[in-house]
Design a protein around this ligand. Structure first.
Ligand code: PRX
Length: 658
């Protein structure tokens, strides 16, 4: 593990100066879903009883027999229970007084919109479920989904859940190659995609990428194609393989019995970047996941029956899975989804959506908040944001200034801000304030959710004292935890459960202050967090060395005021390479093509050598010092200290790439 200790020290120092505390209002507490502080004690005393109580939020076809079976690191929750996630998210609401309540409000980027009530959503999900069946999908078969943010995306997820086919969603911003890798790892039978997606007024050619990916995916038998863009050329259909959503789904029966699933049956796979090797297929199962996301959504966002709740994430990431689709819909909440970018057609788009639909709860990312700060207060000031009641943030550490800006300019000082820490692997929010109960400190995710146990440890596994930095671990299982890495249980054990015996290692640095508040410091491994997207340095390096002119590459995440981190690559070229200057753009483009535009390096530096230890390990820590303009840290372990001094000189002379 390489640590970015210098970065962490800087954040720690800044945070230690942060003394503001915002007390929750008594008025909010009185009406809050979690208004009684005893919830913490009750859950700590008997976590299993706490989760058993929360499990009553769901409808079960057969009750569970045991809350938890735990043989480190293998967890089984609610064993013996049978249920269906789609039934819980849709059918049971459609059969209740919520039938005509909006389940999904969708806002398209060009300005079109669609509202689906629970009754309508039930019919659409059933049609899609029957269409998948007619394409040969059976319980247990994996379905890959590569779509933009249109209603067909949650419909497809729920249709898979309805028939017991685990879905594997691939974010629409990933490349053909990334899609192919994920399809092959999951051995998916069917792919659901679209002719394209709208992004900032232009078309993301999903079907063209999918066609490229499908040149090397032997398990895919059929492709279901949504027509979003309506440009025939973008949706060339391959006879026998491709079928249009409009033709197959729309003509399928709107009735479909839910498949009774075991509590521990797989609900989905979602790939995420690790420190080494290929992306990991994080496996989530049915009952524990649904209980976890429903309970956290209920308490943390304080959702009421008639609220409009908006999580701005893309369903291609775990935030969208848990807090656009499964959590809110399990709770019968109206969940809003927006297709496009926050600056289309102008920088007021988010605020005009809040005003248009009377959004009550807004959940977004620090990188978005920092972007809004840069755009200025005039944009939100132009809109009526008085409907807002709770504000959430997720995805990366939030700096106190951004937190305060959000609180003042969006919440207008009235709305509790919940900074929620969690991961693809954790499935649900684990460290967060409870609005109405928790006094907040800007920049701190505050405390573990009731029933969750977290500890900050040093290298040797000893708890660190208040105020000191260390490694964040979770010391007790929780229902929505991932169960394994798809097809690679050894990696599950090694990567997450081997650093500290019996404890889950998060890969994050943190400190706990005197009040027991957690302050997240960022990743301590080689995973970058770029605009809230998790990208491994290893993947970007692999993409670079795949280019014929590149001999070696070292990639680091350097500090960036808006994106949190930006990608900087240090590259050595083969001797036969053409002039370096013309290559920068080409290499950036190459990475975007290999992984996806989100992984495109911001800076590329050419160097004749990379700084290495005597055992030939690249010292990224020193590269980070260079890229962030700091004095070099300890260089004594370098094989040749002259390499780094030369690189630093060169860097300072040339400045920051182009
Ligand atoms: O480093 C932490 C950061 O995002 C990582 C998880 O990324 P991913 O699996 O893509 O899931 C993102 C959305 C749940 C974590 O290891 N992270 C997430 N939320 C926070 C955070 N860092 C600080 N504060 C947060 N609130």
């Amino acid at each position: 593990m390489t640590t970015s200790s210098t970065n962490h020290t800087e954040r720690l120092e800044a945070l230690l100066k942060e003394g503001r505390v915002l007390k929750p209002s008594e008025e909010f507490r009185r009406q809050a879903n979690a208004g009684d502080p005893a919830i913490y004690e009750r859950a700590a005393k008997d976590p299993e009883a706490f989760w058993a109580e929360e499990a009553k939020r769901l409808d079960w076809f057969e009750p569970w027999k045991k809350v938890l079976e735990w043989t480190v690191p293998w967890a089984k929750w609610f064993t013996g229970g049978k249920l269906n996630a789609a039934y819980n998210c849709v059918d049971r609401h459609a059969a209740s007084s919520r039938r005509n309540k909006a389940a999904l409000i969708w806002e398209g980027e060009p300005g079109d919109s669609r509202v689906l009530t629970f009754g309508m959503l039930e019919r659409e999900v059933n049609r899609c479920a029957n269409a998948l069946k007619s394409l040969g999908v059976r319980r247990g078969d994996r379905v890959a989904i590569y779509l933009g943010m249109t209603p067909e995306l949650p419909i497809a997820l729920l249709a898979c859940a309805k028939i017991g086919a685990p879905h594997s969603v691939v974010f629409g911003g990933f490349s053909a190659e990334s899609l192919r890798e994920r399809i092959n790892d999951a051995k998916a039978k069917v792919l659901i995609t679209a002719d394209g997606a709208w992004r900032r007024g232009s078309v993301v050619p999903l079907k063209a990428s999918a066609d490229l990916a499908l040149e090397g995916t032997p398990t895919i038998e059929h492709v279901l194609v949504v027509e979003r863009i309506g440009q025939a050329a973008n949706a060339a259909m391959k006879p026998g393989r491709d079928v249009r959503w409009r033709e197959l789904v729309d003509s399928s029966s709107p009735f479909c019995e839910p498949e009774p699933m075991d509590a521990e049956d797989m609900l989905y796979i979602l790939y995420t970047s690790g420190t080494t090797g290929k992306p990991k297929g994080v496996v989530h199962t049915t009952a524990g996941y649904l209980v976890g996301v429903a309970a956290t959504h209920h308490y943390i966002f304080d959702v009421k029956e008639n609220d409009v709740y908006w999580c701005t994430a893309d369903i291609g990431w775990v935030t969208g899975h848990s807090y656009i689709v499964y959590g809110p819909l399990a709770n019968g909440t109206t969940s809003l989804m927006y297709e496009g970018s926050p600056d289309f057609p102008d920088r007021g788009r988010f605020w005009s959506i809040v005003e248009k639909y009377g959004v009550n709860i807004l959940y977004t990312a620090p990188t978005a908040i920092r972007t809004f700060m840069r755009w200025g207060t005039d944009w939100p000031a132009k809109h009526d944001l008085s409907s807002l009641r709770v504000l959430g943030t997720v995805g990366e550490p939030i700096n106190p200034e951004a937190w305060m800006w959000y609180n003042e300019n969006i919440g207008r000082g009235r709305c509790p801000v919940v900074d929620t820490w969690w991961q693809t692997e954790t499935g649900m929010i684990l460290i967060t304030p409870l609005p109405g109960l928790t006094a907040t400190k800007p920049g701190s995710a505050t405390k573990p959710f009731p029933g969750i146990a977290a500890e900050v440890l040093d290298e040797k596994g000893q708890p660190v004292g208040p105020g000191a930095g260390g490694y964040l671990t979770l010391t007790r299982p929780w229902p929505a935890m991932f169960r394994t890495i798809y097809g690679d249980p050894d990696r599950y054990v090694e990567q997450y459960w081997s650093s500290y015996s019996g404890k889950y290692f998060t890969g994050d640095g943190a400190k706990v202050d005197e009040d027991g508040y957690f302050w997240l410091l960022g990743r301590v491994d080689d995973v970058m967090n770029v605009a809230g997207h998790r990208i491994s340095t290893y993947e970007v390096e692999s993409a670079l060395v795949d280019h014929p002119f590149v001999a070696e590459a070292a990639v680091i995440g350097r500090k960036d005021d808006v994106k949190g981190q930006a990608i900087a690559a240090f590259v050595t070229l083969k001797e036969s390479s053409p002039s370096a200057d013309t290559l920068k753009q080409e290499l950036k483009q190459h990475v975007a093509q290999k992984i996806g535009p989100i992984a495109r390096p911001d800076d590329i530096y050419f160097t004749s050598e990379l700084p290495k230890t005597r055992s030939a390990k690249i010292m990224r820590r020193l590269l980070r010092d260079i890229a962030e303009g700091r004095v070099l840290g300890d260089t004594t372990t370098l094989a040749d200290p002259a390499v780094i001094s030369k690189l630093k000189r060169q860097y300072e002379e040339k400045g920051n790439s182009e």
